[in-house]
Write a protein that binds this ligand. Structure first.
Ligand code: NAP
Length: 245
C-alpha cells in the first residue's frame, strides 16, 4: 500500500484503531477520523508512528453530510488522492422495541448507515477519477442475523449491506471494489458495557467459543483493501467465530 492514502472513520479506539494500524503497516498514509475522542485518535497516530508508519487525524461527525464532504476534500487537497475508505464509525443504543425511543433509532441510523453513505458519496467522485479504489464498510453479525434489543442497530447494519452491494455494482466497471466485513462480538468499548450474563449467553452461540479481537477484524479489512483482493466485490465477509454459519 506504499503511496496509497486511506481514511478510516472512527479510528480513535477499538476496531478502527487496529484497522488504521494494519493499513499503515502495509505502507498507506492513514487519516484517523474521530468524532469526540481526540486523545484516542492521537494515541492511534502515536502507535502508527512508533511502528514507523505515517498518519494524521481529522475530526468529523460522519453523520453530517457537509462535514464528511469537507473532510474528504481536505484529504484529497493535502494528500493528492484517496485510495482506501473504511467506514468503521458506529454506535449502539440498545433497547427492546417497545422501549426504544425514536431518537435512539434515528441516531443509530444517522451515524451507522447515513454516515457510511456520506463518506462513500464524497469519496466515490475521486475514486471514479482515479479509476481505482477500495471501500470497506464495517457491518455486523446483527445486520446479518438480527438481534433482540438491537432493532435500530441491526437495521443500520443490514442497510450497510444493501448499500455495499448496490454501490459495488455501480462502481465495479471503474476498478473500485466495495465490500462489507461483518464482525461478531469483538472485545472493545462497545461490548465492554454488556453484563457478564449477556456475554456468557453470547459466547454459547459462538462455535469458536470466544469474542473476537479487534486485530482479527483489521486483518480481514486490510486484505480487502489490498491488491490481492482485486477480484472480490459486493461481498459480506463474516469474521464472527462461526456465529452466523
Ligand atoms: P468503539 O470502540 O465504540 O468505537 C466506535 C468508533 O466510532 C469511535 O472511534 C468513535 O469515535 C466513532 N464514532 C462514533 N460516532 C461517530 C460519529 N458521529 N462520527 C465519527 N465517528 C464516530 O466501537 P468498536 O467496537 O470498535 O466498533 C467499530 C465498528 O465495528 C462499529 O461500526 C461497530 O458497529 C462495528 N462492530 C463492532 C462489534 C463489536 O462487538 N465491538 C461487532 C460488530 C460490529 P469517537 O470516540 O471519537 O466519538
Amino acid at each position: 500500500m506504499q503511496g496509497k492514502v486511506a481514511l478510516v472513520t472512527g479510528a480513535s479506539g477499538g476496531i478502527g484503531r487496529e484497522i488504521a494500524k494494519a493499513l499503515a503497516k502495509e505502507g498507506a498514509y492513514v487519516v484517523v477520523n474521530y468524532n469526540g475522542s481526540q486523545a484516542g485518535a492521537d494515541e492511534t497516530v502515536r502507535q502508527i508512528e512508533a511502528a514507523g508508519g505515517r498518519a494524521g487525524v481529522y475530526q468529523c461527525n460522519v453523520s453530517n453530510f457537509e462535514e464528511s464532504g469537507a473532510m474528504i476534500s481536505s484529504i484529497i487537497k493535502e494528500q493528492g488522492s484517496l485510495d482506501i475508505l473504511v467506514n468503521n464509525s458506529g454506535i449502539t443504543r440498545d433497547n427492546l422495541l417497545l422501549k426504544m425511543k425514536e431518537e435512539d433509532f434515528d441516531s443509530v441510523i444517522d451515524i451507522n448507515l447515513k454516515g457510511t453513505f456520506n463518506c462513500i458519496k464524497h469519496a466515490a467522485r475521486q475514486m471514479l477519477k482515479q479509476k481505482s479504489g477500495r471501500i470497506i464498510n464495517i457491518s455486523s453479525v446483527s445486520g446479518v442475523m438480527g438481534n433482540a434489543g438491537q432493532a435500530n442497530y441491526s437495521a443500520s447494519k443490514a442497510g450497510v449491506i444493501g448499500l455495499t452491494k448496490s454501490v459495488a455494482r455501480e462502481l465495479a466497471s471503474r476498478g473500485i471494489t466495495v465490500n462489507a466485513v461483518a464482525p461478531g462480538f469483538v472485545d472493545t468499548k462497545m461490548t465492554e458495557v454488556l453484563t457478564d450474563e449477556v456475554k456468557e449467553t453470547a459466547v454459547k452461540q459462538i462455535p469458536l467459543a470466544r469474542f473476537g479481537k479487534p486485530e482479527e477484524i483489521a486483518d480481514m479489512t486490510a486484505f480487502l483493501a489490498s491488491e490481492k483482493a482485486g477480484y472480490i466485490t459486493g461481498q459480506v465477509i463474516s469474521v464472527d467465530g462461526g456465529m452466523s454459519m
